[in-house]
Design a protein around this ligand. Structure first.
Ligand code: ZN
Length: 370
């Protein structure tokens, strides 16, 4: 495919030291593929796209890392040039290679990992309006945060989605299914509805702790365990509040991660801890895309997570898994699971969450075949 020299604007190009002292320059980019080649690109935070030629309809929107080229070592190196001079030379090289009118480089420290999605450690990832289903999202001014493993890298990206935690999310509705069909089970929103709460506020534990606070604490414990095992982690919610609805969380995961795990505890009104389970896809949805193409992978991941939890002695609910019509799985194009780690009666001490994180990490390993 040819990259047109149009009005490309690359942001967050990453520089990686190549094997022979040269510098491999690559950029994470969104590009639309037309019959004639790639005609538009944008990077994270990029402000503009090129015009698409009228005669060439878009076939597919794709995303990925484009290797721009190798900057010769003669242009200098990070070691012997001041940082600003180095950045300027790299930008000039990138402009010349791509014809971009404006570029921004991000100098990646030697040895710092860049995930296969092109994002470096600490990168903030918002919703790109060109992504499939993105236009169904109503709340998307927030950003997910990328964390890359520093050693023992497995080159797998796990989206860790701390359930709930979107201020105002309860007062906004989004389509339950991308095709506008009715919800087939109850839940936060009743069966038969076409639109569901964009992000519900979650339940409250018996001791008064909010579910959203526990899911965030769990996400951070899980993130650290995953990083230690060499996984890269996309933290969908990296603080008390993220302005990303369930569709935005899912679409960002679809486009930047290998698997998507949403963390929850069930608000079931019981007076005892019934144990953990995951939410499987109801049969009535298995003929609807993208569920049709993905539900078996969702369930394979869910089963793997449950098996991992069992290795740590975590109680599993006898009715696991529970069929549930979720916005998450209705929009997921990668293996995606809502795992309920218990209910409002469950122990949510750090020790308990650590054991659950260990179980999930083992389950993820099983799913990937490590
Ligand atoms: Zn929940």
């Amino acid at each position: 495919m040819k990259i047109y020299r149009s009005i490309a604007f690359l942001a967050a190009a990453v520089l990686l030291t190549g094997p022979a002292g040269s510098v491999v320059i690559s950029a994470r980019a969104e590009y639309l593929v037309y019959s004639g080649g790639i005609t538009s690109k944008s990077g994270p935070g990029a402000g503009s796209l090129s015009e698409a030629p009228a005669e060439a309809p878009a076939s597919t929107a794709q995303t990925g890392v484009i290797t721009i080229g190798e900057m010769p070592a003669a242009n200098g190196s990070q070691a012997d040039l001041p940082a600003e001079t180095w950045a300027a030379q790299a930008e000039a090289f990138l402009s010349a290679e791509t014809g971009a009118v404006s570029v921004q480089t991000q100098d990646t420290a030697a040895g710092e990992a860049v995930a296969k999605n092109g994002y470096h450690n600490g990168a903030r990832i918002g919703l790109n309006s060109a992504w499939q289903f993105a236009y169904h999202s109503a709340i998307h001014t927030g950003e997910a945060v990328m964390y890359t493993a520093s050693s023992g890298r497995k080159d797998r990206i796990v989206a860790v989605n701390a359930g709930h935690g979107t201020a105002g999310g309860e007062s906004v509705k989004t389509l339950c299914h991308p095709d506008g069909t009715k919800k087939v089970t109850g839940g936060s929103t009743a069966a038969g509805a076409v639109k569901a709460t964009a992000v519900s506020s979650g339940m409250v534990f018996q001791d008064g702790t909010r579910e959203s606070a526990v899911t965030l604490r769990m996400a951070r414990i899980l993130r650290d365990r995953l990083l230690a095992e060499g996984y890269d982690v996309l933290m969908i919610r990296d603080g008390d509040d993220v302005q990303l609805d369930n569709i935005a969380r899912t679409v960002i995961s679809n486009n930047t991660a290998d698997i998507h795990i949403a963390l929850h505890w069930d608000g079931d009104g019981l007076s005892y801890d019934k144990g953990a389970f995951y939410m499987s896809v109801p049969d009535a949805l298995k003929s609807m895309e993208p569920v049709k193409s993905c539900w078996q992978q969702h369930e394979a991941l869910g089963n793997a997570l449950i098996s991992g939890l069992q290795t740590q002695g975590i109680k599993i609910w006898g009715s696991n898994p529970l069929d549930m019509d979720l916005t998450q799985t209705s929009y997921s194009t990668i293996p995606s699971v809502d795992i309920e780690l218990g209910n409002q009666c469950s122990d949510h001490s750090d020790a308990r969450l650590a054991a659950e994180a260990e179980g999930l990490v083992r389950g993820i390993g099983v799913f990937f075949g490590f």
